[in-house]
Write a protein of this length. Sequence first.
Length: 152
Amino acid sequence: MKRVIVSVKSTQRDADGEDTVVELVSSGKYYETVLAKHIIYDESEVTGLGNTKTTIKVYKDSVVLLRTGEFSMRHEYQLGKTNVASLETPYGAVELAMLTHELEIDLEDGEGHVLLGYDISVGGEWQFYNQLYVEIREDIHYGHERSFESSH
């Protein structure tokens, strides 16, 4: 597992064409399995998702976003497809439909980026377009995590 710096930029565009931009930089972890590349980091109050851990699973042709904690959600993004997810909040569940228009993956060995662009609808009503840009780079101060075993 590699320690990384995760930079997230979320741009929401409303019906009037107005953009709201939220940026977060967080320490995180990166590892690869046979099927996917995993990016894990903690959200902050800045994103409105405090006390929430985000895991991004990057596959060849799709991205799965998992959130656990105060806000919980599992959502899959596939280019040209609409997928529905339930966002569990402290105030109840909200059903979200997301139609993915942009999906760009350039990620190797804990370096690179993921770009998602998608429409969000709630209850069948379009709300806004969201673009999520996630960049990761190795945390040069900490590098790889190692497990130390004592032999007695």
